[in-house]
Design a protein. Structure first.
Length: 147
């Protein structure tokens, strides 16, 4: 079991290196990207007068899942921690603030050197969006017949 976990860890590390070779741009981790994107989508939803604003708000809420999972896995109260970081991002205008999973005392992922590859984050968002589209298509196909 330990050998299999080691193999998986080495494979993951090699994939990160491959992604950096393909595109060396990075984004800061700790859920900071998801929080910043969620805030911008919620802001755009406030400006939308159509029914699409509900889908935008749901997408914004879904982006909170990653930082909440990070907070919970770090032993924090996830709702309280996410609310704290979100409010600080809004107040300070710093999109690099994320969950301090290492308990270093700073929420700034740039200062903590916590980052992810941009290509990896883009792939995560694209795959999640594709899954939702597939689910919505299934809902359209299985829609109940009108009587």
């Amino acid at each position: 079991m330990i050998i299999e976990e080691t193999k998986r860890s080495i494979h993951d590390a090699l994939c990160v290196v491959r992604n950096l070779v393909r595109d060396n741009r990075i984004v800061y981790g700790g859920g900071s990207v998801e929080i910043a994107c969620g805030l911008k989508v919620a802001e755009a939803a406030d400006k939308c007068a159509t029914v699409e604003q509900y889908a935008m708000r749901a997408f914004s809420d879904a982006l909170d899942a990653t930082p909440m999972a990070l907070a919970e896995n770090s032993g924090f109260n996830p709702i309280q921690e996410l609310t704290n970081v979100k409010s600080r991002q809004l107040k300070e205008g710093n999109p690099f603030l994320g969950i301090d999973a290492n308990s270093t005392g700073t929420y700034d992922m740039k200062k903590q050197n916590v980052f992810e590859t941009l290509i990896g984050k883009q792939q995560q968002f694209q795959l999640a969006t594709q899954v939702v589209k597939m689910i919505l298509k299934i809902d359209d196909v299985i829609a109940p017949a009108q009587y």
